[in-house]
Design a protein around this ligand. Structure first.
Ligand code: ZN
Length: 144
């Protein structure tokens, strides 16, 4: 049985959830993949898919894959390992970020301490404005 995502708060403009302590990500099950949780449905995202994955020691992702239209950004939260993109293999450690074009064939493998990572998928080429160009002052007062 899979661990559940906990709902924290929501209104018409947001939804907040909690996946619990990093050490418990391994308890999520998505299909045949133990240690994987996808957040699109839980968060109601419309422009991205975020997932967390926990790989036990010396374990590779179950499939070497590419995407049709989404680029991915991987962030190593804990542990280390290796990543293969096409024919290139390189080391991953805590705080490493990797962006992969949709066409890049990719997989990860954890090292002896296992690895916890986040993956964010977004449609390649979809970002039109960011940070200061897209942020505007809110029409209400902050309570913080
Ligand atoms: Zn992928």
């Amino acid at each position: 049985m899979s661990k559940e995502i906990k709902n924290i708060a929501e209104n018409k403009n947001f939804k907040a959830v909690c996946v619990g302590p990093w050490a418990e990500i391994a308890q999520f099950v998505t299909g045949d993949f133990k240690g994987k949780v996808f957040l699109k449905d839980a968060l109601g995202t419309t422009g991205s898919e975020i997932s967390f994955g926990a790989l036990p020691a010396n374990t590779a992702l179950p499939f070497f894959h590419a995407h049709k239209q989404n680029e991915e950004v991987y962030l190593v939260l804990k542990g280390n390992g290796k990543m293969q993109i096409d024919d290139d293999v390189f080391d991953l450690q805590e705080s490493t970020l990797v962006r992969v074009n949709p066409q890049g064939a990719r997989s990860l493998k954890s090292g002896p301490d296992g690895m916890l990572f986040m993956c964010m998928q977004t449609k390649a080429g979809s970002l039109q404005e960011w940070t200061g160009a897209d942020g505007v002052p809110a029409q209400t007062e902050s309570k913080l």
